[in-house]
Design a binder for this molecule. Sequence first.
Ligand code: AHR
Length: 634
Amino acid sequence: KFQVNANDIKAQIQQNMWGVFFEDINMGADGGIYAELIKNRSFEFYKPLMGWKREGKAYKEGDILVINRQDAKSNNPRFLRVKANSVAKGDFTLTNEGFRGMGLKKDLAYEFSVFYRQLKSGIQLNLELLDGKGNVIGTGKLIPENADGNWHTQKTTLVSSATELKGRFRIAFEGTGEIDLDMISLFPTDTWKKRPGGLRADMVQRLADLKPGFIRFPGGCIVEGHELSTRYQWKKTVGSVEDRQLIVNRWNTEFAHRLTPDYYQTFGLGFYEYFLMAEDIGANALPILNCGMACQFNTAEVVPMEQLDEYVQDALDLVEFANGPVTSKWGKVRSDMGHPASFNLKYLGVGNENWGPQYVERLKVFQKALKSKYPEVKLVFSSGTDPEGERFQYLDKELRNLKVDIIDEHFYRSPKWFLENAKRYDNYDRKGPKIFAGEYAAHSGKTATPDNINNWLTALAEASFLTGAERNADVVQLASYAPLFAHLDGWQWTPDLIWVDNLHTYGTPNYYIQQLYSLNKGTHAVSITSENEVVAGKDGYYASATIDKKTNEIIVKISNYDANSREIELNISGIKKLNNTGKDIYMVSDIDAVNSIPAPLNVSPKERMVKASGKTVKAKLEPYSFHVFKFKAT
Ligand code: AHR
């Protein structure tokens, strides 16, 4: 028997509480949500022709050279110089393998674009989409129009006649002459909101379907970098795409189950695009910036305190980029990119999983500078990943002393830990900093191995833990699972919320738990007890209750973390009565069950009608099941 008291308000629920954590890990951005199909389009990978193959009987050594113009264009120094002499179509080709192939869709148009320079016309580019076996499934032609020795861009489209998971793209040179090529690019035309050079619509839609309250970006450890020179620097990710200097991805080969030596950050998805995506799907942007320290799990490179100004200035300028008037320096950059209106940035994080006194002393400088110029922006600082460890305890204390706005806590722990921590927030200081449960996931096996899977058991453990976050929504104001995306053919970390291949996506059971919380949050947490105690583990039950003052609904979440099915009774006080019928939105499965591309909804929510009598609801909970009961009340 559970007692819910709709008059006993425990917390107001932030309407942006449930969000997403985005990082370019597991091919989340390049090769993932960033829809570019060509790998190494500007030849800047450490092996300049990585991803490309030169072939054909007319091809001779030296017909394709990689030229470096470091002095003239240090952000994108390399380009290709192609020479041809009476070449017939098909005798000299350049093929790109894509990111683990290219997903091509039947009847969809693909936009090819290229930067070129030539002194004389003579070479034509025959364009071909190939299937996995090398058959041509789409053709196009580009005859460069200008021959004045200056760089130009030109575009054309080609349509695929078949659907292919592992396609490739080939340029067959024809004719005689010499031409320089750079930024060889191919995008599908069905991107999110049909934006040219945009994002994979199916992946953005997965996020939109969560109705996330915020998007944290761009990570994660890529914010820090293994060394400071490869930290994430937002200023290098805005402006023209061809001028965004790529860097090696911090997840390149690290933890790689499938090695990814070709993992780079091209920043086609840069800070402007992140802000736009957040706006598109109604989420607050929550950027995290480097604090002047590289990843401490590997190195301890720190910028000296006397050189921290550049980092602090980056943070100040980011607020100006997001919110400043178009007359300001960085507001103008935003406006020139197409968004004169403010992005209305409300949160900014500094540091990701950094620790020690070095982190604290740097944060003080950031806090002072940011709070004096932008007091309205809430600052998020991290307490790290080891909730029981000394580093975490030290930071938690220091951050509370600094009276920071929000502390970012990370938990990659066993399902058991999640269950045991359902009461974690019950005794947090109600007057201190708010909590951002910024990265969490129940791990069924060793992190970043194939055994660490998104099964129903892990999702149910998270659901149970999150009843505690919801019960304490006055303290826990933001929450996000991590990591968000993973590509089935190129990942570094498990488990992950959403899995993709080049054509499909599926949400894990954990995804649907996040969605159930986000879509059924209510406006206020109210008390729910059993025998006068909060319901957080006794007899395998975990529960939270909210009311929605806008819709007059009572929403009760219950996890039955037990091998038996059980009958329960909910008694609701503080209302006149419940409507006679309500909903039980529930998830139940074998604890080992997973979702997959062929069975994306194997473990997903279902809905059934439940009856109420006056203020009482009786229901049966299946073994290992999670329920969201929703009733209108008068
Ligand atoms: O989510 C994967 C990684 O886990 C993140 O990059 C980092 O913040 C955490 O250690």
